[in-house]
Ligand binder design. Structure first.
Ligand SMILES: [Ca+2]
Ligand SMILES: [Ca+2]
Ligand SMILES: [Ca+2]
Length: 522
């Protein structure tokens, strides 16, 4: 499952039971990625890099997969799947067809085949004591030293990866200071120095490209428990309308269900001039400035199980999932159509247009607020900037292209420095031009933004019935992540320690990253 779409999927599913739409198919099967977690894309980010040295010249893409990793979950933890082709795709000429693709493939080594867990370490190492039974003599190394690098002996399960850039029909390997290693889960402080591994695995390669892959803090946050209980939000924010003070606060008023969990992330920073169709940095008012990006996971068409030998895969790749915006498939597309959506191409998304020209979610919000939240009358043309190239994201004069779920990013819009007073978790809706839905940064509160987008009137001029006091403050009460993001590439936070990780649950003290008031229960 994709976490960032759960809120609305839950609400929409509830509505289908009683709603008047024609999509109430009794399709009870779980979407394919509920059965294939390794290929499950949890989130996709594309944003103007905001670190000094990259701001104004580079963009960063992040693809997260494999949700709800428990960082304590030894002895094998959660590596990338060497069978999966992970891709980040970019359209730069408005036809919703990829022009540039970055492909990632992983390889796994097992360097400690005789040990019972794949990572091990302690201090300077532990040797056999004086009473060690034969044939192991005293002094023989038993436990390797703490893992501090990818060459440490305790790094049993070591993953490396290759990166290929496909452009104009040519596949170019991205090489440089490799091999590129993926950071494992943060097993615990005795076993490894996770920070050292993270730093070693943040690569600067040729052509101005930076790379990172590894297990990190899940950058997404949401009160999943309340949202998934059919929009049963905590009383402090029920029925999903924040007070002005809550809306303005960088703290949480409900528990972050994803806190303490990890995901696998692939991040790449590239020069803007490498991805625009003109090969130049375009100003924000240029029709060539806006790109559309999305991530995909694919598997070989054929896998042969050969027990007791390893399975063998062959053939071309077949798409398992894609993700552009954090709200189209998750909030708007009906459950019975999500698998088709996941496997199809963005250029074919007009087949799903009815879902977002009359979003069921908007009707749920209207009903859940007993009509206090008025919603626009379909067709919802105000949502077109999310699914076509249009202002306020793309410059006036940009060809709209087909309806397609791409995460659109105007590469000419300067990034907002994270310390700036104008930075907003609400992105474009909060007056911060460099945030979602103009691209998406890790700290953009896409749950709240998506609710407000769907409620209507916030991208274009508000529709006449729009109640800004309600529709403009929709939210789940989780405003910030549970861990501090890096302010430089790859912008992600550390994987929680497996030994000491904490899920900030309802009723526990420290609702905001372990500090502040208890998280409400009711
Ligand atoms: Ca294209
Ligand atoms: Ca998190
Ligand atoms: Ca939120």
């Amino acid at each position: 499952m994709r976490k960032s779409r759960i809120l609305l999927a839950a609400v929409a599913a509830a509505f289908v039971v009683t709603g008047p739409t024609g999509h109430a198919a009794n399709h009870r099967e779980a979407p394919i990625t509920a059965l294939d977690h390794k290929a499950d894309i949890t989130d996709f980010f594309a944003f103007a890099s905001y670190a000094p040295g990259s701001a104004g010249t580079h963009v960063t893409f992040i693809l997260c997969v494999d949700p709800f990793q428990e960082p304590a979950n030894g002895p094998n933890w959660s590596p990338f799947d060497p069978d999966i082709l992970y891709e980040i795709k970019i359209d730069n000429n408005n036809d919703a067809v990829e022009d540039i693709v970055f492909q990632f493939r992983f390889t796994t080594e097992q360097r400690l085949p005789n040990l019972f867990q794949v990572y091990a370490g302690a201090g300077g190492g532990i040797v056999a004591p004086a009473n060690s039974p034969p044939p192991v003599p005293p002094g023989t190394p038993i436990v390797p030293p703490q893992i501090t690098s990818f060459s440490s002996p305790g790094m049993g399960q070591r993953q490396s990866y290759s990166v290929t850039m496909v452009k104009d029909g040519f596949a170019l390997p991205v090489s440089g200071s490799g091999p590129f290693y993926a950071v494992p889960a943060n097993v615990g402080p005795r076993t490894m120095n996770y920070q050292a591994l993270f730093n070693e695995a943040t690569y600067t390669v040729g052509s101005g490209i930076k790379l990172f892959a590894g297990t990190v803090d899940d950058p997404f946050w949401i009160d999943l428990g309340a949202a998934f209980d059919t929009f049963n939000l905590r009383a402090s924010v029920a029925p999903g309308v924040l007070s002005p003070a809550q809306d303005a606060a960088n703290q949480n008023f409900a528990s972050d269900t994803v806190s303490g969990f990890a995901v696998n992330a692939i991040a790449i920073e590239v020069p803007i001039a490498m991805i625009t169709r003109t090969g130049a940095i375009e100003p924000a008012n240029s029709p060539a400035a806006t790109i559309g990006a999305w991530g995909t996971t694919s598997r070989p068409r054929t896998t042969v199980r050969r027990a007791p030998l390893p399975a063998a895969s062959a053939g071309s790749f077949s798409q398992i999932q894609r993700m552009g915006n954090p709200l189209i498939n998750e909030l708007l597309v009906g459950t019975g159509f999500k698998d088709r959506f996941s496997m199809d191409q963005p250029k074919n998304d007009s087949q799903f247009a009815s879902f977002f020209l009359d979003p069921t979610l908007a009707r749920v919000l209207n009903a859940a607020t007993a009509g206090a939240l008025a919603i626009p009358t379909p067709p919802r043309l105000d949502l077109l900037p999310v699914v076509t190239y249009a202002p306020p994201i793309a410059a006036a004069g940009t060809p709209a292209g087909p309806i397609a779920d791409l995460l659109r990013l105007n590469t000419g819009v300067a990034p907002t420095p994270p310390a700036s007073s104008s930075v907003s978790r609400l992105g474009l809706l909060g007056g911060d031009p460099a945030g979602f839905p103009n691209g998406r940064r890790v700290f953009d509160d896409v749950t709240d933004i998506a609710l407000r987008l769907v409620a209507g009137g916030v991208l274009a001029a508000p529709f006449p019935g729009f109640n800004a006091n309600i529709g403009g403050r929709l939210g789940d009460g989780v405003n910030v992540n549970d861990a501090p993001y890096r302010t430089a590439f790859p912008y992600l936070a550390d994987c929680p320690s497996g030994r000491d990780r904490r899920h900030l649950d309802p009723g526990e003290a420290g609702c905001t990253a372990g500090a502040g008031a208890p998280c409400p229960i009711f």
